[in-house]
Design a protein around this ligand. Structure first.
Ligand SMILES: *[C@@H]1O[C@H](CO)[C@@H](O)[C@H](O)[C@H]1NC(C)=O
Ligand SMILES: *[C@@H]1O[C@H](CO)[C@@H](O)[C@H](O)[C@H]1NC(C)=O
Ligand SMILES: *[C@@H]1O[C@H](CO)[C@@H](O)[C@H](O)[C@H]1NC(C)=O
Ligand SMILES: *[C@@H]1O[C@H](CO)[C@@H](O)[C@H](O)[C@H]1NC(C)=O
Ligand SMILES: *[C@@H]1O[C@H](CO)[C@@H](O)[C@H](O)[C@H]1NC(C)=O
Ligand SMILES: *[C@@H]1O[C@H](CO)[C@@H](O)[C@H](O)[C@H]1NC(C)=O
Ligand SMILES: *[C@@H]1O[C@H](CO)[C@@H](O)[C@H](O)[C@H]1NC(C)=O
Ligand SMILES: *[C@@H]1O[C@H](CO)[C@@H](O)[C@H](O)[C@H]1NC(C)=O
Ligand SMILES: *[C@@H]1O[C@H](CO)[C@@H](O)[C@H](O)[C@H]1NC(C)=O
Ligand SMILES: *[C@@H]1O[C@H](CO)[C@@H](O)[C@H](O)[C@H]1NC(C)=O
Ligand SMILES: *[C@@H]1O[C@H](CO)[C@@H](O)[C@H](O)[C@H]1NC(C)=O
Ligand SMILES: *[C@@H]1O[C@H](CO)[C@@H](O)[C@H](O)[C@H]1NC(C)=O
Length: 361
C-alpha cells in the first residue's frame, strides 16, 4: 500500500517527462511511433519528382520530422500518420509515385496546378480519402477502376489533364460525392447512368471532352445539383419532358453538342433558380418556351446556333437581371408588330449588355 502514497521519485520523473513531452512537442517525442512507412512513402514520392524550381520540398529532409515537411499534415494524436498532402501550384514535375497509396490515413491529396505526368498513382488502399485534387497537370492514361472503390470521396478533381478512355461505369459507388470535375480531358464513351445514383452531387463538370450518347435521365433528378456543365462534347438526345420539380440548378451548360428535340415547356418553372443557361451550338427545335421568362435570377441566356422557330417570347421582359441574351443563328420570326413585342418588353431588362438576334427571320 505504501508506494501508492509515496510514489518513487523515478516513477514521478517518468510521468513528468511523458507529460512534458506530450505538451511541448507531440511529434518529436513520438520515437516509439516513428511511422517509418509514411516516412518512406513520402521519400519515394520525393524521388519521383524531377523538377522543383520553387524549392517547395527544400525542407523534406530526414533530420526534420516528416509531419513538419512543407505540404504535409499529420493527425494530432499518435501514431501521427499523414492525413494531408497539399502541394498545389508548386511547379512540380515528374510522376506521382504510387507509394502515396501506402499513406493509409490520408484524407486530402491536393497536387493540382503542377506539371505531373504519367498515369494516376494507385491509391486503392486509401479508405479515408475524401478530397482528391489532381487537376491542371499533364496526367495521362485512363481513369482507373479502383477509384470507384474510394467510397469516402467527397470532392474529385481530375480536370485539365490528358486523360483518355471512359468514365468508370461504377462511378455511382461514390455515394458521398458532392463535386466531380473532369473537364478538359480526352474522355470518350458515355456518361455512366450510375452517376444519377449519387444523390449528394452538387457540382458536375465534364465539359470539353468527347463524351457521346445521351444524358442519363436520372441526372436531372438529383435534387441538390447546382452546376451541371456538359458543354463541348458529342452528346445527343435531348432534355426530358418529365423534369423533377425540385431542381437547385443555377448553372446549366449543354452548349456545343448534338442535342436536339424541343425544350420542355416548363423548363423555366422547373429550373427556377437558374443564373446561366447555355444551350448554344446544338440542334434544338421548336419554339422558345415562354417559361424561360420565369427564373428571376437569370443573367445569361444563350440559345444561339440552333433551329428554334416561332416568335421570341415577350416574357423575357420579366428577367430584370438579364445581362446577355444571344438568340442569333436560329429561325426565329419577327415579321409584324406582334413579332417585335419582345423588343419593347426587353426595355425592362436594365442590366442587359449584350443582345443578338442576328441571322434569324
Ligand atoms: C524514423 O525511422 C527511419 C528509419 O525507419 C529513420 O531513417 C528516420 O531518421 C526516423 N525519423 C525520426 C524523426 O526519428
Ligand atoms: C495543416 O493543417 C492546418 C490547420 O488545420 C492548416 O492551416 C494547414 O493549411 C494544413 N496544411 C496542409 C499542407 O494541409
Ligand atoms: C491546399 O492549399 C492551398 C493553399 O496553399 C489552399 O488554397 C487549398 O484549399 C488547399 N487544398 C485543400 C484540398 O485543402
Ligand atoms: C507499400 O508498403 C509495402 C509494405 O511496407 C511495401 O512492400 C510496398 O513496396 C509499398 N508500396 C509502394 C508503392 O511503395
Ligand atoms: C474494390 O473493392 C473490392 C472489395 O473491397 C475488391 O474486391 C475489388 O478488388 C476492388 N476493386 C479494385 C478495382 O480495386
Ligand atoms: C496527350 O496524350 C497524347 C497521347 O496519349 C500525347 O500525344 C499528347 O502529347 C499528350 N498531350 C499532353 C498535353 O500531354
Ligand atoms: C486529345 O487528343 C488529341 C488527339 O490525340 C490531341 O490532339 C489533343 O491535344 C488532346 N486534348 C487534350 C485536352 O489532351
Ligand atoms: C444505380 O444506377 C443503375 C443504372 O441507372 C441502376 O441499375 C442501379 O440499380 C442503381 N444502383 C443503386 C444502388 O441505386
Ligand atoms: C442536400 O442539401 C441539403 C442542404 O445542404 C442537405 O441537408 C441534404 O442532406 C442534401 N441532400 C443530399 C441527398 O445530399
Ligand atoms: C459523335 O457521336 C456520334 C454518334 O452520335 C458518333 O458517330 C461519332 O463518332 C462521335 N464523334 C466523336 C468525335 O466522338
Ligand atoms: C410541380 O410544379 C407545378 C407547377 O409549379 C405544380 O402544379 C405541381 O403540383 C408540382 N408537382 C409536384 C410533384 O410538386
Ligand atoms: C416590366 O417590369 C415590371 C416590373 O418588374 C413588370 O410588372 C412588367 O410586367 C414588365 N414588363 C414586361 C413587358 O415584361
Amino acid at each position: 500500500m505504501s508506494h501508492w502514497k509515496q510514489p518513487s521519485k523515478l516513477a514521478m520523473l517518468v510521468v513528468l517527462l511523458l507529460l512534458l513531452c506530450h505538451a511541448v512537442d507531440k511529434v518529436h517525442c513520438s520515437t516509439h511511433h516513428n511511422n517509418s512507412q509514411d516516412f518512406h512513402s513520402l521519400l519515394e514520392f520525393h524521388k519521383g519528382i524531377t523538377s522543383d524550381p520553387n524549392e517547395a520540398l527544400s525542407n523534406w529532409n530526414p533530420s526534420i520530422h516528416f509531419c513538419h515537411w512543407h505540404g504535409v499534415n499529420c493527425s494530432f494524436t499518435r501514431p501521427y500518420r499523414v492525413t494531408e498532402l497539399n502541394l498545389t501550384g508548386q511547379n512540380l514535375a515528374g510522376q506521382i509515385s504510387s507509394s502515396l497509396g501506402n499513406l493509409t490515413f490520408l484524407h486530402t491529396l491536393d497536387l493540382s496546378y503542377n506539371s505531373f505526368s504519367g498515369p494516376l498513382p494507385l491509391l486503392n488502399k486509401l479508405r479515408n480519402l475524401d478530397v482528391l485534387f489532381l487537376g491542371s497537370n499533364h496526367l495521362g492514361d485512363v481513369i482507373p477502376d479502383w477509384l470507384t472503390n474510394s467510397s469516402n470521396l467527397v470532392d474529385l478533381d481530375l480536370s485539365e489533364n490528358n486523360l483518355t478512355g471512359h468514365i468508370p461505369s461504377n462511378i455511382g459507388f461514390l455515394t458521398k460525392l458532392e463535386g466531380i470535375a473532369l473537364y478538359n480531358n480526352n474522355l470518350t464513351g458515355v456518361i455512366p447512368p450510375t452517376l444519377g445514383n449519387i444523390s449528394t452531387l452538387e457540382v458536375v463538370d465534364f465539359s470539353a471532352n468527347q463524351l457521346s450518347g445521351s444524358i442519363p435521365n436520372k441526372v436531372w433528378q438529383i435534387s441538390n445539383i447546382t452546376m451541371l456543365n456538359l458543354g463541348q462534347n458529342n452528346l445527343s438526345g435531348g432534355i426530358p419532358d418529365t423534369l423533377s420539380n425540385f431542381s437547385s440548378l443555377t448553372a446549366l451548360g449543354l452548349n456545343n453538342n448534338k442535342l436536339g428535340s424541343a425544350l420542355p415547356s416548363n423548363i423555366g418553372d422547373v429550373f427556377r433558380h437558374l443564373n446561366e443557361l447555355y444551350l448554344d451550338n446544338n440542334i434544338f427545335v421548336g419554339t422558345i418556351p415562354t417559361s424561360l421568362g420565369n427564373p428571376s435570377s437569370l443573367e445569361a441566356l444563350d440559345l444561339s446556333n440552333n433551329h428554334f422557330s416561332g416568335k421570341i417570347p415577350s416574357s423575357f421582359g420579366r428577367l430584370s437581371k438579364l445581362q446577355i441574351l444571344n438568340l442569333e443563328l436560329n429561325m426565329l420570326e419577327a415579321r409584324d408588330s406582334e413579332g417585335w413585342q419582345f423588343f419593347d418588353a426587353l426595355a425592362n431588362c436594365s442590366s442587359l449588355n449584350i443582345l443578338s438576334v442576328s441571322q434569324n427571320l
